[in-house]
Design a binder for this molecule. Sequence first.
Ligand SMILES: [Zn+2]
Length: 319
Amino acid sequence: MSDKPENGLKQELDRRKRINRIKSIIVSFVGIWMLASVILCATLFVKVIHLENNLNKVLQNMPQVEQVENEETKNSPDADTGKNVECGKQDQTGQDDANKKKADDGEKLKVYLTFDDGPSTNTQQILDILKQYNVKATFFVIGKTDDLSKEMYKKIVEEGHTLGMHSYSHKYSVIYDSMSAFEQDFNQIHDYLKEVTGVDCKYYRFPGGSSNQVSNSDMREFIRYLNDRGITYYDWNVSSGDATSQAYTADELIQNVMGDVTKYKTSVVLMHDSAVKPATVEALPALIEQLQGIGAEILPIDENTATVHHVSIDGEQGQ
Ligand SMILES: [Zn+2]
């Protein structure tokens, strides 16, 4: 008689045990699934951060010469029509498009050949060619401490060319990180060139130009800083194209320049003094001959040179 209720109770207990076991399994499964999801998310997050860091490192450590490619691609002559080309030394507010107009009043075209990123193993050759044609140019140099570079800084000055600054490190991520970083880099190149050559450099070219798309900081802050220090910055309105591609032949570089210099009364021509850009050196003699052939004056940047700015202090920005 008493077996039945006991059996029933036992069965009920067994059933509850089974249910509890199944519940435990389900809870464990859900727990494991949630844990796995969290781990997966965390792993993905770490990977994304890692990739981001790698990307930043790649951007930071891009060889100095390659970084300049941004200058070209962002600021090709074709995109130049909307740029501010200003007249008058350090007059950042006074926009003057006189230089944009084709020189049709008989005035000689003024052409300023500028070489960025040097010194390099090509500097000597560039200097020799310039000397051969009795032409003065402008070198926007970066900080290099080897003996050859020191010799080249001095030669640039001794041979009557303009020595301009192009930052010490040429690392966008460093220079444009903050105002203090920019100031530190600026002082470093300024003081270093003063120490090596005795020249108190007055001209600056921003790595990537003032309209570079790499800087996260407001370039106008840096422009203001340069203005306060009495430094004139120069962008360019004519590009040889030697920054965009090493595939350009010397002839193509010449065509690029010759195709644009007649558009302006004052042309500031972007070229590079770099070991990996032999076409620039190769192009130089014929380029000078052709420029002289059209009656252009080839000059070094000085206090009378009309400024060419992509971005100016009042915030107006070119295309
Ligand atoms: Zn550069």
